[in-house]
Design a protein around this ligand. Structure first.
Ligand SMILES: *Cc1c(COP(=O)(O)O)cnc(C)c1O
Length: 230
């Protein structure tokens, strides 16, 4: 009897399908498994199934969970294990974030450019960064305003930060495609088009296929892999 696909296999198949429709290779899309709120025992089965890239949205929660998991699954056995920060980052946590994470998706303001530049210098470690754009111009949301993007990118480049692409979280309850298309256009306008090696972090459980068809290179998927968060 054939066993039913696991949520991980299901998401991987959906990524491959969407990439195929867009004429892209599935391996050009990185699945970032968002494990926020889930305990280590829920994360281990994914690690054992071969998932290697994970994301958390809080520095402190990641500090509590991941050192032990990295100890067990990192280094010699799984040297390709990556931990990404996808949530807002306070400047006073920049040192901790640079130490623990392999990629940060939420650079969104000049003070954080300064803090991250200092932290990376101090740690002697360069952590790839996405600049988060407040793509729907929402009051309470993280991300830099669209109008501020060129200036912020310039500041980050002047500080020699390794900016690899753009990230967004579109507004809830509205068709996300136009926002994904806008992020892709902003990337192209700022020398970060995928054809030039730029990356696009966009798409979550409800919309990652749409995001892939519009150029996402990193999809951040939580509930479709882990079930609903408590
Ligand atoms: C929680 C979160 C996700 C994953 O959301 P799901 O809808 O559970 O897939 C993606 N990106 C960010 C920034 C998040 O905070």
């Amino acid at each position: 009897m054939e066993s039913a696909a696991t949520p991980l296999e299901d998401v991987q198949a959906r990524i491959a399908h969407a990439a195929g429709i867009a004429g892209r290779k599935p391996q050009d899309v990185t699945l970032v498994a968002i494990s926020k709120t889930h305990p280590a025992k829920r994360i281990v089965p994914l690690l054992e199934a071969g998932q290697r890239v994970f994301g958390e949205n809080r520095v402190q929660e990641a500090q509590e969970k991941w050192p032990a998991l990295k100890e067990r699954f990192g280094k010699e056995r799984y040297d390709d294990l990556e931990l990404h920060l996808v949530g807002q980052l306070q400047s006073n946590k920049a040192d901790d974030a640079v130490e623990l994470f392999d990629c940060i998706h939420s650079l969104d303001r000049p003070s954080l450019v300064k803090a991250l530049a200092k932290a990376m210098e101090k740690a002697g470690k360069r952590v790839p960064l996405f600049v988060q754009v407040n793509i729907g111009a929402e009051e309470q949301k993280g991300g830099c305003a669209i109008a501020d993007l060129p200036g912020l990118l310039q500041q980050a480049r002047d500080a020699d930060l390794p900016v690899i692409g753009l990230m967004c979280v579109p507004p809830l309850d509205i068709e996300p495609a136009p926002f994904f298309a806008l992020l892709a256009k902003l990337a192209a306008d700022n020398g970060l088009a995928p054809e030039e090696g730029g990356k696009l972090s966009m798409g979550m459980s409800g919309d990652f296929e749409t995001a892939i068809m519009l150029g996402a290179t990193h999809v951040r998927v939580g509930s479709a892999l882990f079930g609903a968060r408590e």
